[in-house]
Write a protein that binds this ligand. Sequence first.
Ligand code: ATP
Ligand code: MG
Length: 352
Amino acid sequence: MPPSEDAVLEALRHVHDPELHEDLVSLGMIKNVEFAGEKLFLGIELTTPACPLKDQIEGDVRAALTPLGVSDLEIQWSARVAPARGPDAERAPGIRNVIAVASGKGGVGKSTVAVNLAAALVQEGASVGLMDVDIYGPSAPLMTGTVGQKPAIVEGRIQPVEAHGMAVLSMGYLVPEGQAVVWRGPLLHKAITQFFEDVDWGERDYVVVDMPPGTGDVQLSLTQIFPLTGAVMVTTPQPVALADVIKGANMFDRVNVPMLGVIENMSYFVCPCCGERAEIFAHGGGRTTAAEHGWPFLGEIPIDPTVRIGGDEGTPVVISHPESPVALSFRQAARTLAGKVSQIGRRGAISA
Ligand SMILES: Nc1ncnc2c1ncn2[C@@H]1O[C@H](COP(=O)(O)OP(=O)(O)OP(=O)(O)O)[C@@H](O)[C@H]1O
Ligand SMILES: [Mg+2]
């Protein structure tokens, strides 16, 4: 005789989601308990398709059900990303989470990180948008292979460009190429408002926003226009970049945008000839700075020529070389990030 549904649920009350620190039943993650003979089909709904702890949850569920005599278990996974946003989100009701990818210093790889995180979230099964609000130096068209495309206008609303499974919008599509945009605060504010209000984003689990460097008008406008889920700060390992991370994080902190974590880009270089690892800009400062401030650390991305080539040719490295070490580091960072977003969605706060 298989155990009763109640007995199964009781056992699952002792399995905790390692990130949300609550049991699977209380979290409403158990969607289905069904026996076919001795075989149990268990439906589990994760808080993100990019769940970094799925294997751990599966192991814990199996361990909890073994004492009940359940040996034949098939888990049917699904995911629903909760929105983590405030009351004025009606500007773009289909967007569940907006993640700003920012840095204190220019040229540290924000756009590269934003595009690869977005593509990695698509690979995990999420519905993703990429919003490039770097009005002065838009990168998304080049990095997604969509230079020269024009977003369609349907019934007066802008349709994002589709690339690599994500919806992309960049000022680069709207302003003639090479024409430097010299806009001041109010115009910038209006343009970014339109990026939310006048664009058909559809349903998006995550919209990743590629920011211009620093802590200027665009950053502040964005936080005023839409309730951001949080910010990811990209840095390189040098002390000068790290000092700017703290400045950037302080800016977000002042406007109550949570820090989702730090990514150390160009963290080290593995010589393709001898395999030796060289720490060109030093290494590990991102992790240390994050730990000192209680921010999550999302990962280290090595310097790898395929990253730059992917950016220049319009196919993010997580798509062109999905199993390469650098792609795996992006993909792991995306999963860790998705876990932090889930924490905010559920608990309103994160633990580092
Ligand atoms: N991990 C990496 N390995 C190799 N090249 C990289 C890596 N990360 C970024 N790059 C390259 O470094 C250059 C700068 O990156 P990117 O444009 O992403 O920086 P950014 O912070 O967005 O710059 P800006 O501040 O101008 O917006 C690009 O040519 C990119 O391809
Ligand atoms: Mg950039």
